[in-house]
Design a protein around this ligand. Structure first.
Ligand code: 6GU
Length: 244
């Protein structure tokens, strides 16, 4: 997978060189290219924003530097005539909320481009122009507001790239973890069996694998009902449909 990140803070993405995503890059499962948006602004202050037309607070990102940066990314493609246009993810709290299902779908892509805006967002005409060259996906990471899209990009890149085959050391952990089956993960324990007066649940020490699996499934149900009634309701509907 190729990932292009365009931002006025490209250094923000240095964290992607650490840990598993850094290793995935070194293993050539992933190439990450960062671009400074200001390199595509040609006025004397390299400005990328201006006042909102029609009035109002804050500043709006101008469409032209974004279009030039995105066109530059298109020219850098190894197979510029590839059938699939790259997916352009525009981080915005007004986007579709990223889910595990969407992350799984995006992990299949050849080429993802992220265009995180700052200020009050990017001139709408950029989004109206971009579908000529990209599959455009406005995406959010949850119902709260961040100062800019960069931290959301880090979250999205991590959620997506860990699903690329070979990125995780132990692919079995993917199958078991939270949200893989629409429920929260069960609680986990390690040694010692007693710590500061607190005991590991006895069943986990029993060696009875069937009983342990049943206990874990029950814990997943209990946790999900308590902490995420929204997920629980969806899970119940899905189960009813599977039984029908
Ligand atoms: Cl993607 N961007 C911003 N600025 N705020 C957010 C977000 C994205 N997702 C949730 N809040």
């Amino acid at each position: 997978m190729r990932i292009d990140l365009i931002s006025i803070f490209p250094e923000f993405f240095d964290v992607l060189d650490l840990s598993l995503i850094g290793k995935a890059q070194r293993d050539e499962l992933l190439t990450v290219h960062r671009h400074q948006l200001r390199d595509f602004s040609f006025d004397k202050h390299r400005s990328v924003d201006d006042t909102p037309t029609g009035g109002g607070a804050g500043m709006v990102m101008k469409p032209e530097p974004w279009a030039l940066a995105l066109e530059h990314v298109l020219t850098q493609r190894e197979t510029p005539t590839a059938a699939e246009p790259p997916i352009l993810i525009i981080p915005t709290p007004a986007g579709e909320v990223l889910t595990q299902r969407t992350a799984q779908q995006l992990a299949q892509a050849e080429h993802l481009v992220f265009a995180p805006g700052r200020f009050e967002g990017i001139d709408q005409r950029l989004m109206d122009w971009a579908p000529e060259h990209f599959q455009v996906r406005p995406m959010s990471i949850g119902d709260y507001v961040l100062n800019g899209g960069e931290s959301a990009v880090v979250v999205m890149v991590e959620a997506i790239t860990r699903l690329i085959p070979g990125v995780l050391g132990n692919p079995e952990s993917l199958a078991e973890e939270s949200h893989a089956h629409g429920l929260l993960e069960y609680p986990v324990y390690t040694k010692p069996a007693r710590w500061r007066g607190l005991d590991v649940p006895e069943i986990l020490l029993s060696g009875d694998h069937a009983k342990i699996a049943a206990w874990r499934a029950q814990q997943q149900d209990l946790r999900t009902r308590k902490l995420r009634p929204d997920l629980w309701a969806r899970h119940v509907v899905a189960q009813e449909q599977n039984l029908a």
